[in-house]
Design a protein around this ligand. Structure first.
Ligand code: AMP
Length: 373
């Protein structure tokens, strides 16, 4: 099939999927692709990456290396990304060089900027926390009048796992210190730190929807997972989430709308705050497979990783139905040293990422405990 018909392009078995990013998500995508008879080529700047162990091939190069990107475009039938901070320019360059990249640059660029992301969510009729763009201390003060306190100041770009953000409490008098703290991270990364101030959402719980849209526009949504974060990092995801059917349907409707509006192809993770009233507020979305969807590997016939590969390859999407209740727990830092005990637990599926150093805060693996309904 010709790549000029990008919308209908199908990667046949034995074809190759290129993946930008070589972390654990790339590793699990590569494993899922192999199960479908597809090869993967991983592209990332690190010379040792978790995905290399299980992929068919890899390219070590920066995301701005045009020669290496051309090599990827030539080697892969379709390309995806597992990391939302891949520069949009890399995706545009690949597309300009004849590659099919799914999802495309639009979903990626919007997800990279918290301001654009929130404006998009509001535009499609879904709620976000109150927000105000902050480029200097004066704007922070105006923003606090608008969104109230407590509030959270986040860098617009390059924040993840609770990094690049700081809380401003009700009686925080020293605004300049809070501001400095928040911009420090982004200054180190990019040398400038446009930020966004968000009103604090008094949520009763956090949920996420893992959804997928095929190249043919078919949408499949997994059950919402209930997520607990510790120090800004996901600790557990449980299904079923303890929310009403109405709340689950509201979240599903938002995820579906986002997928359609973005003309998305692939898996998306949409995070929500649930209010006392049962209404949902979008926190953020990730244009990729998502940590809160890892439970699908063991509790569904088709995991989020296989689903994403199916979508990227232009295959029919799989059934997202859940055959078990489950609790996924991340193994962070030293948690991974419990592998022997975990491996002996009944109904517990152990997934380790092959990372050598168990540094504090580093995601080393996860376990999914299946629970009989
Ligand atoms: P984020 O990096 O934006 O996903 O934030 C990490 C975690 O911080 C979220 O999962 C929430 O637990 C908490 N958080 C972030 N933004 C807000 C908010 N506006 N109101 C309340 N909690 C928040």
């Amino acid at each position: 099939m010709s790549k000029t018909d990008a919308k209908n392009f199908v990667v046949e078995p034995n074809g190759t999927i290129g993946v930008l990013g070589g972390g654990q998500l790339g590793r699990m995508l590569a494993t899922a692709a192999a199960e479908l008879g597809l090869k993967t080529i991983i592209y990332c700047p690190e010379d040792k990456a978790p995905a290399f162990d299980v992929a068919s091939d890899h390219i070590v190069a920066s995301y701005t290396d045009e020669t290496a990107l051309k090599k990827l475009a030539a080697a892969a039938d379709a390309i995806t990304y597992e990391f939302e901070n891949v520069p949009v320019e890399a995706v545009n360059f690949l597309t300009a060089n004849g590659a099919i990249v799914r999802p495309g640059a639009k979903a990626l660029s919007m997800a990279q900027d918290r301001l654009f992301e929130k404006e998009f969510v509001n535009k499609i009729g879904a709620a976000t926390a109150a927000f105000h763009p902050v480029d200097d201390l004066a704007a922070l003060k105006t923003g606090l009048e608008k969104v109230g306190r407590p509030a959270i100041l986040k860098t617009r770009r390059l924040g993840y796992d609770g990094k690049g953000q700081t809380r401003i409490t009700a009686d925080d008098a020293d605004l300049s210190t809070a501001f400095e703290k928040a911009i420090e991270f982004a200054w180190a990364e990019v040398g400038a730190a446009p930020s966004i101030l968000e009103g604090f959402v008094p949520f009763t719980c956090e949920i996420s929807i893992i959804g997928a849209r095929g190249a043919d526009g078919d949408v499949k949504l997994y059950d919402p997972a209930e997520n607990v974060h510790k120090s800004g990092i996901l600790a557990t995801s449980s299904v079923p989430a303890k929310v009403s059917d109405e709340t689950a349907d509201k979240a599903r409707a938002v995820a579906r709308k986002m997928l359609d509006e973005l003309d998305y192809v692939g898996v998306i993770g949409v995070e929500f705050f649930v209010l006392e009233s049962g209404d949902v507020i979008v926190n953020e979305y990730a244009p990729r497979v998502h940590n809160s969807g890892h439970w699908t590997q063991n509790a569904c016939a088709v995991s989020q990783f296989e689903q994403h590969i199916r979508a990227v390859a232009g295959w029919p999407l799989g059934d997202p139905a859940r055959h078990s209740n489950a609790v996924m727990e991340n193994l962070i830092g030293d948690d991974v040293h419990q592998w022997r005990t975990l491996a002996a637990e009944p109904q517990t599926c152990v997934h380790l990422y092959g990372k050598r150093d168990a540094r504090a805060g580093r995601k080393m693996g996860h376990v999914t405990r299946l629970k009989t309904r």
